[in-house]
Design a protein around this ligand. Structure first.
Ligand SMILES: Cc1cc2nc3c(=O)[nH]c(=O)nc-3n(C[C@H](O)[C@H](O)[C@H](O)COP(=O)(O)O)c2cc1C
Length: 189
């Protein structure tokens, strides 16, 4: 079973991602399965202000790879600095990891808690993906591009919404090894 990649590991501060994020089989993921995964994601608890989540499903390995190249180009042209963005200069860096499906989760732009709401939905999504035998990867690299007005228009993300999460999905060819974590600091206050 494919292991999901989604740990919180300060990706903003590193320029390379885990060398073994999932490689995907080229076969498509059935829409019924995607819909079930999104239904699981939508069970995430939200702030009372949030209406339903908005999910965009992008399908097709070639189309997605093309978007990945555009996201890279966009990052090169618009990145605020190179820290955290040097991947955009690497010719072999694949923003969407050759995935056959990408899910974008958006929340209401005028709700300041949307980012947390969408993150909870994203974590549910990864757990559901794993439980169903697929591999998912939380991808931060495309966010600059995804949040641009032009991209939002192209993908049909309504102005009242803002994309906060992008996750690749597919049948993974291998299960990446786990990375051990340091025990957290606990303050018994
Ligand atoms: C916020 C966030 C953004 C990430 N963005 C990317 C990304 O753009 N590309 C990528 O290949 N992996 C990305 N990852 C996945 C990490 O590379 C890594 O696979 C994941 O955090 C789990 O690995 P670990 O168990 O070694 O921490 C991201 C992870 C997080 C939490």
């Amino acid at each position: 079973m494919a292991r999901n990649r989604g740990g919180i590991n300060g990706y903003y501060y590193r320029d390379t991602y885990a060398p073994i994020d999932p490689d995907y089989e080229s076969r498509a993921v059935e829409r019924e399965i995607i819909a079930e995964i999104l239904w699981d994601a939508a069970q995430a608890p939200t702030t009372p202000l949030s209406g339903p989540f908005l999910f965009h499903v992008i399908e097709g390995t070639a189309r997605i790879a093309d978007y990945g190249e555009r996201a890279k180009q966009y990052a090169r042209e618009h990145r605020p600095g190179s820290v955290g963005y040097s991947w955009a200069d690497k010719s072999d860096f694949k923003v969407f990891l050759d995935a056959p499906v990408v899910i974008v989760i958006s929340g209401h732009a005028d709700n300041s808690a949307s980012v947390q709401d969408c993150n909870r939905a994203g974590q549910n999504l990864l757990l559901s993906t794993h439980a169903r035998g697929l591999g998912g990867c939380w991808v931060g690299a495309p966010m600059l591009w995804l949040r641009s007005l032009e991209t939002r228009k192209e993908l049909g993300i309504a102005e009242a919404f803002e994309p906060f999460v992008a996750i690749t999905l597919g049948y993974a060819t291998s299960v990446p090894p786990s990375r051990s974590r340091e025990r957290p600091e606990i303050v018994w206050a």
